[in-house]
Design a protein around this ligand. Structure first.
Ligand SMILES: [Zn+2]
Length: 327
């Protein structure tokens, strides 16, 4: 297994392909990619805000062809993958129709106002502040949306490379598209793959995400650039599939026994995944599974999902700190 250092910045994957990585890979710390061939470029995703995206574009200017971005492809509609779109001036921006539509769920002024609203939002606000408070959402008056839209799949030519875009969602979100470069056996997965971190299933169903993992394995990639975490290979894809199967089966047992969703999230033994970041995401994943299995959540419960994750996070970290004295 080839390993890549988990360091911030550009990673040269060879043959005009680059990953851009942001440790620690947790909430908001997303990865991006660049494909450069014969003077043409395709950027895969922007980052969580203008400052981070500006740093990335400056870093890419130092690689051959990277001073100009011809096209930008957004893998999905989470802010840590498209907030910086406005800095990629003049580029054609490509995404699925559903991805573009879902970007409208966010409002740049609402995001910027979080800075002052966190404290009025209870546990959800407190946990949002803890995870997102370090990001600067300012300076964006209006989002820059994709204008070249497709559904399902689309094949691009970048210089002399073929890039296949394929939507394997709904899984993480309603539309999750990867970019596959067959001749280099390299795939940029967006958030279909989290490496060394818990995935979060906003959409599901989980079977779709498991099928997406199988699809990525079937491509037989040599290099996998995940949406979060270190650059990797197919091992991370198999690990993620095993995670989903485990979480699905453990959740189902408790669902069938009539256990409530919050209790289920706390009851599942996650010891095997203790090395992965953001363990509180089990709460959101159990929530999504229950929802798919017919549980009706109140709007308040749905709104408080970040609060529920926060309480899990605070309880488990307090527990871990307390345990240090015992060992
Ligand atoms: Zn992300």
């Amino acid at each position: 297994m080839r390993t890549w250092p988990f360091t911030r910045g550009v990673h040269d994957l060879g043959s005009g392909l680059y990953g851009y990585v942001q440790p620690d890979g947790g909430w908001g710390w997303s990865n991006a990619g660049l494909i450069s061939s014969r003077g043409e470029t395709l950027l895969v995703d922007t980052l969580m805000g203008l400052d981070l995206t500006r740093d990335m574009l400056d870093a890419f200017k130092k690689v051959p062809g990277g001073e100009r971005i011809d096209r930008l492809f957004n893998t999905h509609a989470n802010p840590d993958h498209f907030l910086g779109n406005g800095l990629v001036e003049g580029a054609e921006i490509i995404a699925t129709t559903r991805c573009r539509d879902d970007m409208h769920d966010y409002d740049p002024h609402g995001l910027a106002a979080l800075r002052t609203n966190y404290m009025n939002m209870g546990d959800a606000g407190a946990f949002l502040f803890e995870t997102m408070g370090r990001f600067d959402f300012g300076g964006i008056d209006a989002f820059t949306f994709p204008t070249t839209l497709f559904d399902g799949q689309m094949t691009l030519t970048v210089g002399d490379k073929t890039v296949e875009l394929r939507d394997l969602g709904p899984a993480h979100t309603n539309s999750d598209t990867l970019a596959w470069v067959p001749e280099d056996r390299t795939v940029f997965t967006g958030d279909l793959i989290f490496n060394e971190g818990h995935p979060i299933m906003w959409a599901g169903p989980i079977e779709n995400w498991i099928a997406a993992c199988d699809h990525i394995v079937s491509l037989d990639p040599a290099i996998v650039v995940p949406g979060h975490g270190p650059i990797t290979d197919v091992t991370a894809v198999k690990n993620l599939k095993a995670y989903f199967e485990y979480v699905r089966d453990e959740t189902r047992k408790r669902f069938d026994a009539g256990m409530g969703w919050l209790e289920t999230a706390r009851d599942i033994n996650m010891t095997e995944y203790r090395g992965w970041s953001d363990p509180e995401r089990i709460v959101a994943n159990v929530f999504s599974l229950y929802r798919h299995w017919g549980t009706q959540f109140t709007p308040d419960e749905a709104r408080d999902l970040f609060g529920a994750m926060g309480r899990y996070h605070w309880e488990t970290t307090r527990h871990a700190e307390g345990c240090q004295h015992d060992h």
